[in-house]
Design a protein. Structure first.
Length: 212
């Protein structure tokens, strides 16, 4: 190898000295972020704490990225923290409420989780269609179906009379605190008639409730 007059051979120690003085010249090293494992799975039960006690819920679907879940909810409220024996014999049609909801109540340890050890069978806990009312015409409704693996992805929507939409679970995703508030109001005041102004505010109704 030839060098120009006055040029010194490459010395790796000189490069190290420069990088110590000017560290931002060093190549950036990136590593893939491994998502934190969620503390729940499909089929697990959980309990939402209310003034009236704890409401049992079951995770029927987990979205592709987590975070958004489909839940079935059951009454009556249980006065103490539920155990797995409280879930014995409960089936999907026993639920009084079904909705999409965010998982922060579960990931932040605010809602106790009861892990299901049996064989989870999705077909016993179906993914329903969801209904909503057209904001500017309360007589018009829409029925929407979602992908079972990517819960926020719509795979079809149909116009229907509003009374048909109101018989279905409400379209939308409830944050964990909002869901807690909805359940709290239900156990305190019971179901209320649908109010279109509440839907425009993002409020949830209890459709087709109560189930006896």
């Amino acid at each position: 190898m030839y060098f120009k007059e006055g040029q010194k051979p490459y010395d790796p120690t000189e490069q190290k000295k420069v990088l110590q003085l000017v560290p931002w010249l060093a190549p950036r090293v990136t590593s893939e972020v491994v998502p934190k494992r969620k503390p729940y799975g499909e089929g697990d039960w959980f309990a939402v704490p209310l003034e009236a006690g704890y409401v049992l819920g079951r995770i029927a679907r987990v979205g592709k990225r987590g975070d958004v879940l489909l839940g079935y909810f059951f009454k009556p409220a249980i006065p103490t923290v539920p155990v797995i024996d409280h879930t014995r014999g409960l089936i999907a049609t026993d639920s009084f409420y079904i909705c999409f909801f965010g998982d922060r109540g579960l990931t932040e340890d605010a809602w106790p989780i009861l892990h299901y050890e049996g064989e989870w069978k999705r077909n016993g806990w179906p993914m329903p269609a969801f209904g909503r009312i057209y904001d500017f015409n309360p007589r018009l409704g829409f029925v929407t179906r979602y992908d079972e693996s990517e819960l926020t992805k719509s795979i079809g929507e149909t116009r229907v009379p509003s009374d048909e939409a109101l018989r279905l679970p409400q379209d939308g995703i409830a944050g964990h605190l909002w869901l807690q508030k909805v359940l709290e109001n239900y156990f305190r005041d019971g179901p209320k008639p649908f109010d279109p102004s509440e839907q425009r505010k993002g409020h949830f109704w209890f459709h087709g409730l109560p189930r006896e």
